[in-house]
Design a protein around this ligand. Structure first.
Ligand code: GDP
Ligand code: IMO
Ligand code: MG
Length: 424
């Protein structure tokens, strides 16, 4: 059996959660493979809004396993809060959730270090969600991390205290006030409660599932332009967000990767600092933010808005091996008579489709062309000539088929351009 992948092609918040929730019906296991509670995936089910941070977006589907893979970093407090929220709504989370013993833990001191590091950077701060992501991945690669399986071990407290002591020493280099005790109490309380949830030896769990013919959907967090290696460094997150990370984040071989479904908004947003060549820092951008309700699902911060950026999307398709595209928020562009599409970048006295390795110190000027908006999108039947012209242009530019267009936040608000063949 194969593992299909859904991931974001921009700077996050492309609508991955909605699409995963919709497609989850066709799978047995929905698996997160990287990132942590910096993610905020929004689902609307029967008109009710839900935001997930660590739990995969298949959790609302009956009979599905939702798996938090080894590549994810877990904050016990946020995870428990999420679980309790879902349980209150009658979702049997214990039956549906499985956690890798190899997933690294976010300690309270990781969050404090994140905040201390950001505040020391002043105006050049990354704009982190302050969930402790960077410091936790640093400890993982520095070979100091604590892992989810450790919570059952006798020496857990010893390991915790050792790492905490290292963090407290590190914190001395920052002039930063913090209050640890309350955070620590909540953390240990959450750890205790999480011991009741199913933990697995990840490699055997996922590979045995594949052998048994289980269908697996891998759910990405963040977006390709926030990837630690290929994003707009250093304004990125601390994990690999691209399709390659599915293998390392779940423990499967590349030969099992099937469809790579790339999600892009019909325009573009970014939250936090860093390069954004097609950004509209004017009333047009403001209108996009207002019409698209572009405020962060995790932090509530206003998202920066701009036109869709095809050089960046082309780059993202290349690194991920995208096999199908899904365009979200097509409905939002209807508040404009016409809208822009960035086709090229101008920098170093040339016009190109290529991204420079350093986008921070280069002055990039976007070349835009304009399209007419499409009016109301019918729930079924042929799409309008205007929407078709836009879809055709993207398909040609990116050399990849558009499988679906999303025209509202609801689970069923999707136009299937493949006539049901996307996952056939
Ligand atoms: P994710 O992080 O990629 O899952 O995306 P977020 O949940 O952070 O942000 C996407 C936002 O757009 C959420 O509020 C979704 O409910 C909303 N959304 C997703 N698809 C559509 C769509 O096609 N139209 C509209 N209007 N909203 C959408
Ligand atoms: P989803 O999964 C949008 C951004 C932050 C910041 C940078 C680093 O909902 O698409 P971090 O907390 O990782 O140290 O922040 O990355 N960022 C996201 N932006 N969507 C996300 O996740 C994000 N996760 C992190 O705003 O600029
Ligand atoms: Mg989000």
């Amino acid at each position: 059996m194969q593992v299909d992948v859904i991931l974001g092609l921009q700077w996050g918040d492309e609508g991955k959660g909605k699409i995963v929730d919709f497609l989850a019906d066709k799978y047995d296991i929905i698996a997160r493979f990287q990132g942590g509670p910096n993610a905020g995936h929004t689902l609307y089910i029967d008109g009710v809004k839900h935001v997930l941070h660590t739990i995969p977006s298949g959790i609302f589907r009956d009979g599905k396993i939702n798996y938090i893979g080894n590549g994810v970093v877990i904050d016990p407090v946020t995870l428990l809060k999420e679980i309790e929220n879902l349980e209150k709504q009658g979702i049997p989370v214990k039956e549906r959730l499985v956690i890798s013993k190899r997933a690294n833990l976010i300690l309270p001191t990781h969050k404090i270090l994140d905040a201390a590091s950001e505040s020391s950077k002043g105006t050049s701060k990354i704009g982190s969600t302050l969930k402790g992501i960077g410091p936790t991945y640093m400890d993982k690669t520095g070979r100091n991390g604590l892992r989810f399986g450790d919570i059952q071990e006798e020496d857990f407290i010893v390991k915790y205290e050792l790492l905490k002591a290292k963090h407290l020493q590190l914190l001395q280099i920052y002039n930063f006030d913090y209050e640890l005790k309350e955070m620590e109490d909540a953390w240990f309380e959450a750890v205790e409660k999480l011991k009741d949830f199913k933990q697995v030896e990840s490699v055997y769990f996922i590979n045995e599932a594949l052998k048994k013919g289980k269908r697996i959907l891998a759910e990405g967090a963040q977006g390709s332009m926030l990837d630690i290696d290929f994003g707009t460094y250093p304004f990125v997150t601390s994990s690999n967000t691209i399709s390659a990370a599915v293998c390392t984040g779940l423990g499967i071989s590349p030969k099992h990767i099937g469809e790579v479904i790339g999600i892009t908004k019909a325009y573009c947003t970014r939250v936090g600092g860093g390069p954004f060549p097609s950004e509209l820092d004017d009333e047009v951008g403001e209108k996009l933010r207002k019409e698209g309700s572009e405020f962060g699902a995790t932090t509530g911060r206003p998202r920066r808005c701009g036109w869709i950026d095809l050089p960046a999307l082309n780059y993202a398709c290349l690194i991920n091996g995208v096999t199908k595209l899904i365009i979200t928020k097509a409905d939002i562009l209807n508040s404009f008579e016409e809208f822009g599409v960035t086709t090229h970048y101008k920098y170093d006295n040339k016009e190109t489709k290529d991204l420079p390795y350093d986008m921070v110190n280069k002055k990039i000027v976007p070349t835009n062309i304009f399209f007419k908006s499409w009016g109301d999108i019918p729930a079924s039947g042929p799409i309008s000539a205007e929407l078709k012209a836009y879809v055709d242009y993207l398909e040609k530019y990116l050399n990849t088929k558009v499988a679906m267009v999303s025209n509202g936040p609801g689970r069923e608000q999707l136009i299937d351009l493949t006539e049901g063949k996307l996952l056939a």
